[in-house]
Design a protein around this ligand. Structure first.
Ligand SMILES: Nc1nc2c(ncn2[C@@H]2O[C@H](COP(=O)(O)OP(=O)(O)OP(=O)(O)O)[C@@H](O)[C@H]2O)c(=O)[nH]1
Length: 417
């Protein structure tokens, strides 16, 4: 203890501030990684270009990754490079703000780790851009599953959408009624940029936003033009370890001004669906556009299940329920379960313990939080404290195909709440 030096206060504008912040945030010397997804032409490269040119104090490695797709991404990646350089895809490029970028075709996780380890001067952050047609689910899953072994830690999944075209893209049909890539990208993400704000009216934007929230009510939303947003909202998401990510409902405009007041919270949305009226009775309540969206979206939907503090026995039952639904694709009564793309949850126990549920497809984790972590974590930004205060009791959110009341009923029955 005596050997320990007091922490140094760093000027956040100094280039040294980045790495220290990251280690503080994660309490271990791992390098955070952001996965960047979004449909073709949405503005992903525009975002990377902005990140690479902006002053932020992080040395960033950018990987343009096609993970098996044959799309030629190299030419595009060069738009991010130093304009004086004719470097080819596997070279590091030093940019004026200290960023490094590179492009590998079919780069696996091991290759990214090797690149990070060998980067001259070290790397503070890795951003991996996925191709526009990629389903991010399996990739998110592999990075997350690799976390215990490797040097990288998945910070979160950021999705950019083209607000002008996203409704059309979401409605695209796939053989056999499969969920399309655009839907999967939105379902799997933690932060979304509703980009190309300059090309849509405010009415169109509201429609886009409510549809997106129908698919994934846990998203943090930003309205952007040319993918410009406060970069601090892109880093340190801790989406796979922070329970407050679950209640994130705030949104910012391109100017960075929060607009959450105008946006229904996920619970408010779900509650809106619960209001009763006789069968067949006509109702103009906006919540009923949900059922229309569902059919447009091939049945992709979401359900939020509030949870009271659980007994130990109920907690085990919840674990068994998740194993059955996520591993075996069956409800506990052995009837088929809906296909679940993403699950998140915050669970409290009667004895005061708290757990976070994270799930991507069949992979899930219930992680116990250090006691009092929510109220005593001074490192978190102010808005997260606010979110934490809103966490009264637990909840589980499932996003997937055909996720509905049946799943909610099955869970509450099996867990006994
Ligand atoms: N009007 C307008 N154009 C934009 C905006 N953001 C990006 N663009 C343009 O949209 C086009 C596509 O942007 P990119 O950043 O290449 O999109 P991407 O997601 O990387 O595209 P893919 O590589 O095909 O997946 C480019 O011409 C951008 O300049 C915006 O907010 N408004």
């Amino acid at each position: 203890m005596e050997d320990e030096e007091p922490p140094q206060l760093l000027d956040v504008s100094s280039p040294e501030a980045g790495p220290s912040n990251i280690i503080d945030e994660y309490d271990r010397p791992k390098i955070p990684l952001t996965l960047l997804t979004g449909y073709l032409g949405a503005g992903k490269s525009t975002l990377l270009d902005y990140i690479l040119k902006e002053e932020h104090g992080y040395k960033i490695a950018v990987c343009m990754n096609d993970f098996g797709d044959t799309t030629d991404i190299e030419a595009k990646s060069l738009t991010l490079s130093n304009p004086d350089s004719q470097s080819t895809s596997t070279e590091f490029l030093s940019l004026p703000n200290g960023c490094l970028c590179c492009s590998f075709k079919d780069m696996g996780i091991a290759a990214i780790e090797e690149m990070v380890a060998n980067a001259p001067g070290g790397i503070d952050w890795v951003m991996v851009e996925l191709t526009g047609v990629a389903d991010p689910g399996p990739i998110v899953r592999s990075f997350w599953a690799n976390e215990e072994m490797g040097d990288l830690i998945l910070d979160g999944v950021v999705c950019v959408v083209d607000s002008r075209n996203v409704l059309k893209q979401l409605a695209e049909q796939r053989d056999g009624g499969e969920i399309n890539e655009c839907q999967k990208q939105i379902a799997c993400s933690d932060v979304i940029l509703l980009n190309k704000l300059d090309l849509v009216s405010s009415n169109q934007m509201s429609q886009v936003e409510s549809t997106i929230r129908t698919i994934n009510p846990t998203l943090r939303i930003h309205h952007t033009t040319h993918s410009r947003m406060p970069l601090s909202d892109l880093f340190n998401l801790r989406a796979f370890s922070d329970p407050t990510a679950l209640t994130a409902t705030s949104a910012t405009s391109a100017s960075g001004i929060p607009t959450s007041a105008s946006i229904p919270t996920p619970d408010a949305q779900i509650d809106a669906h619960r209001h009763n009226h006789a069968e067949g009775e006509k109702c103009d309540h906006p919540s009923h556009s949900h059922s229309q969206s569902q059919s447009h979206l091939n049945g992709i939907s979401t359900v939020t299940i509030p949870l009271p503090p659980l007994s130990q026995k109920q907690y085990f039952a919840l674990n068994e329920f998740l194993e059955s639904v996520l591993w075996e694709s069956k409800l506990p009564d052995k009837s088929p379960s809906p296909e679940i793309l993403r699950s998140k949850g915050y669970i409290t126990l009667e004895d005061g313990r708290e757990f976070v549920l994270q799930g991507v497809a069949d992979l899930f984790e219930l992680k116990e939080l250090p006691s009092k972590s929510i109220t005593s974590d001074c490192e978190k930004p102010q808005e997260n404290h606010q979110d934490a205060n809103e966490l009264q009791g637990g909840k589980v959110v499932f996003i997937g195909k055909g996720v509905d009341q049946l799943l909610r009923d099955a869970l509450t029955k099996y867990v006994g709440i």
